[in-house]
Design a protein around this ligand. Sequence first.
Ligand SMILES: [Zn+2]
Length: 399
Amino acid sequence: MLCELTEHHVTTVVRCGTLFDGTGADPVTDAVLIVDEAGHIQAVGQADVVAASPQATIVDLSSSFVMPGLVDAHSHASIVPGMGDQMGQMRQPAVKQALRATANLQRDLMAGTTTMRVMAEEHFLDMDLREAIACGSIVGPRLLCAGRGITATNGHGRALSSFDGVDEIRRGVRENFQHGADHVKIFATGGVSSAGSTLQASGYSREEIRAAVEEAQRVGKYAAAHAHGGAGLRLAVEEGVSTIEHGALVSDDELQLMIDHDAWLVCTFSVLFHPTGIEQGDAREPAIMAKVETARATVNARFPGVLRSGVRFAIGTDSMHGLMAYEAQTLVRFGVAPRDALLAATRGGAEACRVLAETGTLEPGKRADLIGLDGDPLADIAALRQVSFVMKDGIQQRG
Ligand SMILES: [Zn+2]
């Protein structure tokens, strides 16, 4: 870390009208949450602990619904899908992308996302953004970084970088880790937002996917695969990829394979369904819009069953900044109980992204990442849009 942290924050007591701690326990009313000087949760409960710490700062959320900060399990800092040509955006000069990312990350944080897994950037932009946030130069969620996406020269997700063959993949992955990557992102199938690629064809051979997974595991990390379904998804799961991203066309057999291998499904609905997503950005491209319509119909028909299958799932905005609530609302639209949608947005995301020891639930020893809502999302999931308070690492970001 090149910066010095200068904040000295005192112990904080957060009074919670309703506390949903993200562990799966029932919500409790009139709870308090104690935050220590290091920004960790010291205690959670209904006891009258305020008298015991007279110097504490009191944060009064006694008329709010308090829950863990949201974990966006799949996004990109620099992209705005509604502007169109997402890969073109990633080919721009780094400064231009960084300026866009600065606004995007602020928006995400203010909407309650305290942890975001970045799923590929060029120029190692995500590592620089992570440092700028840690220094306090800009505001944003805690970032988990991929560095450059691992994609084939003719593959989906190619902006500037591409990697063909086992040796190039090993080198690309190692360079990402040298720059401080937290995980590997590999593109195993085509995608919706590029005209040429088909959704199910595999962009990589089994050996290439295996190389990426091996290189990640060798340094104690994991690989995530962009995969909608078909051969590419199968290869990724069979070779030990931990999270499957999107999975829009996942079949019953593929779903069972994921369950057998304990792979997570990271759902990304808003970029596909929200009017400011691909539809706004690339609607003039008939080839892309045809893919959007097909994918929408398939997801609408299939996902109620997919989400009931027992596969573990988390949610991500895929660059639809500030729209985690829309992701959770879509889960509910597909039959998921509001409580389980909230868990997918918090604990599930943290577990999928391997940071559950730090965040994702409100328990002693974890980082004080929490949000306050004006409504009750268990009664109406749309209340997740009404974020009025955000705390990250014990430091108030909004409210
Ligand atoms: Zn993505």
